[in-house]
Write a protein that binds this ligand. Sequence first.
Ligand SMILES: C[S@@+](CC[C@H](N)C(=O)[O-])C[C@H]1O[C@@H](n2cnc3c(N)ncnc32)[C@H](O)[C@@H]1O
Length: 222
Amino acid sequence: MQCNIKKSTFDHYWQSLANPILANPTEKVSTALKTLDSLLNWENVFGNDHSVEIEVGSGKGKFLKESAQRNPKINYIGIERASKYFKRSCERLAKHNITTARVVYCDATYFLQKYVADQSVNAFHIYFPDPWPKKRHRKRRIFNNSIWISELVRTLNNKSGEIYIATDYKAYFCEIQELFDCHPTFEYCPLKSTETNYIQTNFEIKYRKQRRPIYRAVYIKP
Ligand SMILES: C[S@@+](CC[C@H](N)C(=O)[O-])C[C@H]1O[C@@H](n2cnc3c(N)ncnc32)[C@H](O)[C@@H]1O
């Protein structure tokens, strides 16, 4: 039984690597990213020159939908590597006729490496990243991946780039804080980190109901 669960987790992982897709849910159009021979050009993807923000692990798409409704002049990309949630977020965006959000079915690090141009992203939103609590699994945490960190640095806009992070997992949060505090590129932004008028994701709502503490931080490229 345990074996099967592990296998299916990794099947999802490799499938999303093998066939990454960029979906425009409202127009019901999807592009196999493997057919592209260059990095993505956001103006071509969205048909406008608005800035682009990326949510990593967009789950059921609540943040994408609500952010797009709140900020019509921002383009959103959600990256999701679980096919079930990729589908759920596409359905949600299509249902609400959201024209400024796309969903990518892929591993986030791979997507940045292969398809995202230098300094072309204005903000990253990483809410409740998988904490991989078991010691032997910690190397799977996205913030333990040095390629992921270097891709964040490369793709984030140098002038106004922001990284939004939230988790309920204190030990992981402390690790992330340490990583960013020691990194020469980023600066902690206390004002944005303590804002309260932000969009809560499904996981945040669930954890708040369970009265779990939520740890939030925003880093900027000063
Ligand atoms: C704990 S859930 C949080 C979902 C959502 N952000 C929320 O707060 O409700 C983490 C999500 O991130 C996705 N995920 C984890 N690692 C990922 C990666 N490297 N690339 C893309 N998606 C990833 C998982 O499939 C899962 O849907």
